[in-house]
Design a protein around this ligand. Structure first.
Ligand code: EIS
Length: 194
């Protein structure tokens, strides 16, 4: 966790904007954590990793843009609904992170991972999932490891891992909150279900 947290610290919101390169590095830094959690998480890794890949490709075409500008340029070009849309990739990345943070906050508060995952899901991602995705999420949830094995997979010492997770959540939450408001303000929070 500490390298991930460091990367997110470098991507803090400044003057109402997010530094795009630092943000993409931070986003990318956290993806390998899924590998430690087991194969149940490989579809999640592909999905969230795909969001990051798409955002990186968009940024490569507009390399000097901040995160706001990258998205606003796309809006101006009328390309927010295209296959290469960075807006959609950012929206789903944000939603995945909101789920993860909501869950980690509950785990930090002492809730078991499975219970925390279920209630975090109900509060976040489930709003955007249709029947089939909801079902697959429920199935995956049953196969997912509990708190103890999850914490063991993430670090050597449970308490230390928990503290490190909290530091990451504190460093990253303000960025996610900012992105949430930015997308909402620009009518990019498409609420249709997948
Ligand atoms: C988006 O996916 C794409 O991300 C986006 C674009 O293609 C867009 C088009 O509308 O769709 O359908 C996806 C959605 N993504 C929408 C669902 C995929 C995941 C299904 C996997 C179900 C198994 C979930 C297992 C989770 C078990 C959790 C148990 C926890 C104990 C520390 C725990 C971390 C868990 C993290 C879970 C995060 C889930 C994120 C899902 C995001 C989602 O709903 S684009 O792609 O624009 O880049 O092309």
């Amino acid at each position: 966790f500490p390298p991930v947290t460091e990367a997110w610290k470098k991507a803090q919101v400044k003057d109402g904007d997010v530094p795009c390169t630092a943000f993409l590095e931070a986003a990318e830094a956290f993806i390998p954590l899924f590998d430690r959690l087991g194969t149940v998480f490989s579809p999640v890794k592909s999905d969230v990793g795909g969001n990051v890949t798409k955002l990186k490709a968009a940024h490569a075409k507009n390399p000097t843009a901040s995160l706001n500008k990258l998205i606003l340029d796309e809006v101006a070009a009328g390309k927010t609904k295209d296959k290469t849309s960075a807006s959609i990739a950012l929206l789903w990345f944000k939603r995945a992170m909101q789920f993860i943070f909501s869950m980690l906050k509950k785990v930090s508060a002492g809730e078991d991972a499975n219970k925390a995952a279920k209630s975090a899901y109900d509060e976040t991602l489930s709003h955007y999932h249709g029947f089939l995705v909801k079902k697959s999420f429920q199935v995956a949830l049953m196969a997912a490891p509990g708190s103890d094995s999850m914490l063991k997979a993430l670090g050597n010492d449970k308490d230390q891992t928990m503290r490190e997770m909290q530091e990451w959540v504190s460093a990253a939450s303000p960025i996610l909150d900012f992105i949430h408001e930015f997308l909402d303000k620009n009518n990019l929070d498409d609420k249709s279900k997948v």
